[in-house]
Design a protein around this ligand. Sequence first.
Ligand SMILES: C[S@@+](CC[C@H](N)C(=O)[O-])C[C@H]1O[C@@H](n2cnc3c(N)ncnc32)[C@H](O)[C@@H]1O
Length: 454
Amino acid sequence: TEHDAGAANIISATIGATVPTGFEPTAAEEVREKIGVDVLISKDRGRIYFPITTDKLFQVHLLRSVDNLFVVVDSYDHYSFKESKEETLKELQELASKLPWTDALEVWRLNRSFKKKKGYRKGGAGSKMKPSNEAGDAAAEEHDLPPAAAAEEKVESGADVEDSTEGPHGAKVTKFRVTCSRAGDKHSFSSNEAARDFGGAVQEFFQWKADMTKFDVEVLLNIHNEEVVIGIALTEESLHRRNISHFGPTTLRSTLCYGMLRLCKPQASDIILDPMCGTGAIPLEGAIEFSASFYLAGDNNEMAVNRTVNNICHIQKRRAEKGSACGLPIDTVRWDLCSLPVRTSSIDIIITDMPFGKRMGSKKKNWDLYPSCLREMARVCRPGSGKAVLLTQDKKCFSKALSRMGGLWRKLHTVWVNVGGLHAGVFLLKRTASVFGQTPEDVYESGGAPNAQE
Ligand SMILES: C[S@@+](CC[C@H](N)C(=O)[O-])C[C@H]1O[C@@H](n2cnc3c(N)ncnc32)[C@H](O)[C@@H]1O
């Protein structure tokens, strides 16, 4: 039957995915839940691997925790690099012709119908979607740096070949590039050299044409200490760019927002608050992925509020064009988080990305902001069951503020993440059962006994 014929073509493959560092277990949980397979978390932080059969390939593109996807051609846990650079590079060249490419290339072929096209973000509403020009927007993509950007080299290589895509017999020639990312200090070669020599050998083996920008196939050479993984990219653009069209100076990647949301397990009819929403990345991801809850997004900066509104409108418009239900469960307000226009004990979950004091705000301001922020959040959050998931890089200030609020918040769990090269913490807090206004800390802060500070 047709079904059997289809089944005969099903291939098994290993998929690799890059995920926000620190959120590998969350991503693994999502894969287990949505695809039903076990996941290997690589020691190379920020990567996970899992097996699929090609009939499930489309599901891989529905994962919300993953930034980039690739199919594994081959992998070595303990690749023994030769001592000298020349020998090592020669061996990498030889490797290109020995690799089991066939199935991985078949997965790549099948995948072309699922992947999001490059430039997607820039299409559609066109110029309106470009970031505005005010100061700070140059850094709009700073959160997009690869994990451990500082320690890792990443280069692309494609030998210079003339511009024709026609082969000698008029057949279309496949264009490719090799992207090498390398981490580890015991290598005798650079990423550049590895990409160049491995790329040269790939070109010779397949008779492909190297092209750095308009490539069909992107071969990945990932080297992390003695771990080597060769893959073929299945995404052209990171999947974290899915929601935001109006970027701000510290827009959080949607994959990280999704990880934060998963940490607090939104339930139907939960009211979820982001009191410092910036461009609205967190509540917007929530309203799309956990749409049985309601989201309140606010910021004291007018530009931020406008961006959030624009980002929401843009998604609504996209949905309307597709004919799917518009109407996201989200509202936006301009407010000061130190006095929220929200009833005491009315919020189930607070989830926010606090000013780090580097790109946004200042460390000095944080010493005032963090305690008043934790206090006001404790006021609006439901005692006994309410939760907060807070991201900050100013860990010292945060811990100090939290220790003063011990009567109102209890720390359950910390996830250490890398946000644009900065080491940050995601703190999962639970609201204690104490009624607000009765613990020494909030009495003091609202003008009571000064010695309650300690
Ligand atoms: C790190 S950014 C949030 C970025 C956001 N997650 C995004 O993806 O765009 C912190 C935000 O806190 C806001 N903020 C700082 N102090 C505030 C206050 N007192 N009340 C409300 N928002 C405040 C800033 O305007 C800024 O947008």
